[in-house]
Design a protein around this ligand. Structure first.
Ligand code: SF4
Ligand code: SF4
Length: 243
């Protein structure tokens, strides 16, 4: 059974996908953009691990986790960046991870597509990318992606945040993931734990009035989306529900 946070996360994914316009050309099987530069929260990792457990594919997953390249600890989460900007500090967003192909790619297709994290869902283009020809991402999409990323981080506040492979490795410690004890070198899980940081609550959005006009309907759709008979906004505003 999905946890409350996982249900909320799926609600956020659904509303973002409903909001994306038909101009976006991304689809399953298009994978030029798929690198190891993917940041996720623990709840996104939990959803991936759940799917792998349901399919009994832990040995396959252990192989993928061992293919990960060099990763870096996130120094400034999206909400930390937003908090600094809102306080008038001069900060720059940083890219973490590396550009090597993502180990989850098989035959140019994402093997965890159904549960891929938000970082992958929000990397969208209005023109097909080709090697050397990058994505064309509209300004509204960038603003929307950052705002939704902030909500996803808020949902996972206090829990792991980091490169997808480090978070997945760190989560191998959970009792439900105990199968990995015999499938992975202990040092790898230790490395994952050492490289993750903690997700932070939402300090406010960084949207100016013009962006809010365009992105506001998406945020409204997310906040009013109902999970277990309550709006996501109501649940996110109640810290106890997120603990
Ligand atoms: S961002 Fe580019 S490579 Fe990635 S799915 Fe979209 S069109 Fe394909
Ligand atoms: S998880 Fe899937 S969508 Fe994301 S980078 Fe890896 S292969 Fe691509």
């Amino acid at each position: 059974m999905l946890s409350l946070k996982e249900e909320i996360l799926i609600g956020i994914y659904e509303e973002f996908e409903n909001w994306i316009s038909e101009d976006v050309v991304c689809s399953k099987g298009c994978s030029v953009c798929c690198s190891q530069n993917v940041i996720i929260t623990a709840v996104e990792g939990d959803l991936i691990h759940r799917k792998i457990r349901e399919r009994g594919r832990e040995a396959w997953m252990a192989g993928k986790l061992q293919e990960k390249g060099d990763t870096q600890k996130v120094q400034l989460t999206t909400n930390a960046f937003a908090a600094s900007c809102l306080q008038g500090e001069d900060v720059m967003p940083v890219s973490y991870g590396n550009e090597e192909a993502c180990p989850f790619l098989e035959d140019n297709c994402c093997s965890i597509y159904e549960v891929r994290p938000f970082s992958c869902r929000c990397f969208i283009s209005e023109k097909l990318c080709k090697p050397g020809i990058p994505a064309v991402i509209g300004g509204t999409y960038l603003s929307a992606s950052s705002a939704v990323m902030q909500i996803v981080e808020h949902l996972g506040q206090g829990e792991y945040l980091g490169n997808m492979f480090d978070v997945l490795l760190a989560l191998c410690d959970l009792p439900e993931n105990r199968k990995y004890v015999s499938l992975l070198p202990a040092s790898l899980a230790d490395q994952g734990r050492a490289k993750v940081t903690k997700a932070l609550p939402l300090p406010g959005f960084l949207l100016v009035e013009e962006e809010m006009e365009k992105v506001g309907p998406l945020l409204e759709a997310i906040f009013s989306h109902e999970v277990q008979g309550r709006s996501i906004e109501d649940i996110l505003n109640n810290k106890q529900d997120l603990s």
